[in-house]
Write a new protein. Structure first.
Length: 217
Protein backbone atom coordinates (compact mmCIF):
# COMPACT_ATOMS: atom_id res chain seq x y z
CA UNK A 1 0.00 0.00 0.00
CA UNK A 2 1.10 3.55 -0.64
CA UNK A 3 1.71 5.61 2.50
CA UNK A 4 3.00 8.82 0.94
CA UNK A 5 4.71 10.15 -2.15
CA UNK A 6 7.80 7.99 -1.59
CA UNK A 7 6.84 5.45 1.09
CA UNK A 8 5.11 2.08 0.79
CA UNK A 9 4.12 -0.78 3.10
CA UNK A 10 3.89 -4.49 2.30
CA UNK A 11 1.64 -6.12 4.89
CA UNK A 12 0.35 -9.59 5.73
CA UNK A 13 3.43 -11.64 4.82
CA UNK A 14 3.44 -15.18 6.19
CA UNK A 15 4.84 -16.19 9.56
CA UNK A 16 3.95 -18.29 12.61
CA UNK A 17 0.17 -18.21 13.19
CA UNK A 18 -1.52 -16.03 14.32
CA UNK A 19 1.18 -13.51 13.40
CA UNK A 20 1.87 -11.96 10.03
CA UNK A 21 4.84 -9.82 9.02
CA UNK A 22 5.07 -6.34 7.55
CA UNK A 23 7.82 -4.78 5.45
CA UNK A 24 8.16 -1.59 3.45
CA UNK A 25 10.18 0.38 0.95
CA UNK A 26 11.05 3.97 0.17
CA UNK A 27 11.53 5.06 -3.44
CA UNK A 28 13.59 8.02 -4.55
CA UNK A 29 14.29 8.96 -8.16
CA UNK A 30 17.51 6.91 -8.19
CA UNK A 31 17.39 4.33 -5.39
CA UNK A 32 14.92 2.25 -3.41
CA UNK A 33 15.44 1.35 0.24
CA UNK A 34 13.73 -1.93 1.20
CA UNK A 35 12.93 -2.16 4.91
CA UNK A 36 12.98 -5.74 6.26
CA UNK A 37 12.88 -8.91 4.18
CA UNK A 38 10.17 -11.06 5.77
CA UNK A 39 10.57 -14.54 7.20
CA UNK A 40 11.58 -16.39 4.04
CA UNK A 41 12.72 -16.09 0.44
CA UNK A 42 9.14 -16.05 -0.87
CA UNK A 43 8.38 -12.96 1.23
CA UNK A 44 11.52 -11.27 -0.07
CA UNK A 45 10.49 -12.03 -3.65
CA UNK A 46 7.07 -10.49 -3.01
CA UNK A 47 8.63 -7.32 -1.58
CA UNK A 48 11.04 -7.19 -4.52
CA UNK A 49 8.19 -7.44 -7.00
CA UNK A 50 6.30 -4.53 -5.48
CA UNK A 51 9.43 -2.37 -5.19
CA UNK A 52 10.43 -2.96 -8.81
CA UNK A 53 6.90 -2.32 -10.03
CA UNK A 54 7.02 1.18 -8.51
CA UNK A 55 10.54 2.11 -9.69
CA UNK A 56 11.86 -0.59 -12.06
CA UNK A 57 15.15 1.14 -12.88
CA UNK A 58 16.18 2.06 -9.32
CA UNK A 59 19.13 0.44 -7.60
CA UNK A 60 18.02 -1.34 -4.44
CA UNK A 61 19.47 -1.36 -0.93
CA UNK A 62 18.02 -3.36 1.97
CA UNK A 63 17.98 -2.62 5.69
CA UNK A 64 16.91 -4.87 8.59
CA UNK A 65 15.23 -3.13 11.53
CA UNK A 66 16.26 -5.86 14.00
CA UNK A 67 17.69 -9.35 14.49
CA UNK A 68 14.58 -11.56 14.63
CA UNK A 69 14.09 -13.99 11.78
CA UNK A 70 10.78 -12.50 10.65
CA UNK A 71 12.83 -9.40 9.73
CA UNK A 72 15.95 -11.05 8.26
CA UNK A 73 14.63 -14.38 6.96
CA UNK A 74 14.56 -13.20 3.35
CA UNK A 75 18.07 -11.73 3.38
CA UNK A 76 19.55 -14.60 1.38
CA UNK A 77 17.24 -13.77 -1.53
CA UNK A 78 18.76 -10.31 -1.81
CA UNK A 79 22.36 -11.35 -1.19
CA UNK A 80 22.11 -13.98 -3.94
CA UNK A 81 21.32 -11.08 -6.27
CA UNK A 82 24.30 -9.02 -5.12
CA UNK A 83 22.18 -6.53 -3.19
CA UNK A 84 23.65 -5.01 -0.03
CA UNK A 85 21.84 -5.65 3.24
CA UNK A 86 22.37 -3.21 6.12
CA UNK A 87 21.67 -4.05 9.76
CA UNK A 88 22.81 -3.32 13.28
CA UNK A 89 26.35 -4.53 13.95
CA UNK A 90 25.03 -6.99 16.57
CA UNK A 91 22.81 -8.86 14.09
CA UNK A 92 24.89 -12.04 13.83
CA UNK A 93 22.52 -15.00 13.93
CA UNK A 94 23.93 -18.56 13.87
CA UNK A 95 22.93 -21.67 11.92
CA UNK A 96 21.93 -23.26 15.23
CA UNK A 97 19.54 -20.40 15.97
CA UNK A 98 18.04 -20.65 12.50
CA UNK A 99 17.51 -24.40 12.97
CA UNK A 100 15.64 -23.68 16.23
CA UNK A 101 13.49 -21.10 14.44
CA UNK A 102 12.51 -23.64 11.78
CA UNK A 103 11.85 -26.32 14.39
CA UNK A 104 9.50 -23.98 16.26
CA UNK A 105 7.67 -23.25 13.01
CA UNK A 106 7.32 -26.99 12.34
CA UNK A 107 6.00 -27.57 15.86
CA UNK A 108 3.16 -25.17 15.10
CA UNK A 109 1.77 -27.49 12.42
CA UNK A 110 -1.16 -29.10 14.25
CA UNK A 111 -1.76 -31.99 11.87
CA UNK A 112 0.68 -34.74 12.95
CA UNK A 113 0.82 -36.30 9.47
CA UNK A 114 1.79 -33.00 7.88
CA UNK A 115 4.27 -32.33 10.67
CA UNK A 116 5.84 -35.76 10.14
CA UNK A 117 6.19 -35.03 6.43
CA UNK A 118 8.23 -31.94 7.38
CA UNK A 119 5.95 -29.62 5.46
CA UNK A 120 7.54 -26.68 7.27
CA UNK A 121 10.35 -26.96 4.71
CA UNK A 122 7.88 -25.76 2.06
CA UNK A 123 7.65 -22.43 3.87
CA UNK A 124 11.45 -22.16 3.94
CA UNK A 125 12.01 -23.30 0.34
CA UNK A 126 14.99 -21.44 -1.11
CA UNK A 127 15.69 -19.74 2.22
CA UNK A 128 19.14 -19.73 3.82
CA UNK A 129 20.56 -17.85 6.77
CA UNK A 130 22.16 -14.57 5.70
CA UNK A 131 23.16 -11.89 8.17
CA UNK A 132 23.46 -8.25 7.05
CA UNK A 133 26.74 -7.69 5.20
CA UNK A 134 26.86 -3.94 5.91
CA UNK A 135 26.99 -3.28 9.68
CA UNK A 136 25.37 -0.16 11.13
CA UNK A 137 27.15 1.34 14.15
CA UNK A 138 25.70 4.84 14.17
CA UNK A 139 22.93 6.97 12.66
CA UNK A 140 23.12 7.42 8.91
CA UNK A 141 21.44 9.45 6.18
CA UNK A 142 20.75 7.85 2.80
CA UNK A 143 20.13 9.97 -0.30
CA UNK A 144 17.70 8.08 -2.54
CA UNK A 145 17.41 10.86 -5.12
CA UNK A 146 15.00 13.66 -4.25
CA UNK A 147 14.28 11.88 -0.98
CA UNK A 148 16.36 11.17 2.11
CA UNK A 149 15.96 8.40 4.67
CA UNK A 150 17.44 8.67 8.16
CA UNK A 151 18.59 5.44 9.81
CA UNK A 152 18.36 5.86 13.58
CA UNK A 153 19.53 3.55 16.36
CA UNK A 154 16.44 2.92 18.52
CA UNK A 155 17.11 0.00 20.89
CA UNK A 156 14.10 -1.32 22.78
CA UNK A 157 12.30 -4.38 21.44
CA UNK A 158 15.84 -5.71 21.01
CA UNK A 159 19.22 -3.97 21.42
CA UNK A 160 19.60 -4.27 17.64
CA UNK A 161 16.52 -2.23 16.68
CA UNK A 162 16.77 0.67 14.29
CA UNK A 163 14.13 2.95 12.81
CA UNK A 164 13.95 4.60 9.40
CA UNK A 165 12.54 8.11 9.21
CA UNK A 166 11.64 9.82 5.94
CA UNK A 167 11.40 13.48 6.98
CA UNK A 168 10.11 14.80 3.66
CA UNK A 169 7.10 12.50 3.89
CA UNK A 170 6.68 12.42 7.67
CA UNK A 171 6.80 8.61 7.73
CA UNK A 172 8.57 6.51 10.37
CA UNK A 173 9.29 2.79 9.98
CA UNK A 174 9.95 1.53 13.52
CA UNK A 175 9.87 -2.25 13.10
CA UNK A 176 8.60 -3.98 16.24
CA UNK A 177 9.56 -1.12 18.58
CA UNK A 178 5.97 0.08 18.35
CA UNK A 179 2.95 -1.83 17.08
CA UNK A 180 -0.39 -0.13 16.47
CA UNK A 181 -2.86 -0.97 19.21
CA UNK A 182 -0.32 -2.64 21.52
CA UNK A 183 1.96 -1.65 24.37
CA UNK A 184 5.55 -0.89 23.24
CA UNK A 185 7.10 -4.25 22.38
CA UNK A 186 9.97 -4.76 24.84
CA UNK A 187 9.67 -8.55 25.16
CA UNK A 188 13.23 -9.21 23.99
CA UNK A 189 14.82 -6.02 25.28
CA UNK A 190 14.86 -3.95 28.43
CA UNK A 191 12.62 -1.14 29.58
CA UNK A 192 15.58 1.22 29.92
CA UNK A 193 16.73 0.68 26.33
CA UNK A 194 13.14 0.76 25.17
CA UNK A 195 12.69 4.16 26.74
CA UNK A 196 15.89 5.30 25.07
CA UNK A 197 14.75 4.18 21.63
CA UNK A 198 11.22 5.56 21.88
CA UNK A 199 12.41 8.87 23.33
CA UNK A 200 14.55 9.44 20.24
CA UNK A 201 11.41 9.71 18.13
CA UNK A 202 10.24 12.73 20.09
CA UNK A 203 13.50 14.27 21.34
CA UNK A 204 15.58 14.25 18.16
CA UNK A 205 15.52 17.39 15.98
CA UNK A 206 15.36 15.01 13.02
CA UNK A 207 11.86 14.00 14.09
CA UNK A 208 10.34 17.46 14.47
CA UNK A 209 7.32 16.52 12.32
CA UNK A 210 6.23 14.10 15.06
CA UNK A 211 5.57 17.04 17.37
CA UNK A 212 2.84 18.31 15.07
CA UNK A 213 1.18 14.90 14.85
CA UNK A 214 1.95 14.56 11.14
CA UNK A 215 4.33 11.61 11.30
CA UNK A 216 2.83 8.24 10.35
CA UNK A 217 4.15 5.10 12.02
Amino acid sequence: MRLSAHCFAVTGLGYVPPWTVNAGFVCGSEATLVIDTGANALAAATIHGYAEAVRPTNRITVVNTEKHFDHIGGNSYWRERGIEVYGHVTVQRTPEEFAIEKAEFAAGIRNPARRALNEAEVFYHGTALANPNCPIREDQILDLGGCTARILLTPGHTPSNISIFVPGDGVLYCGDCLTNGYWPNLDCGRFRTGGTGCSRWTASPALDPMDSGRTRL
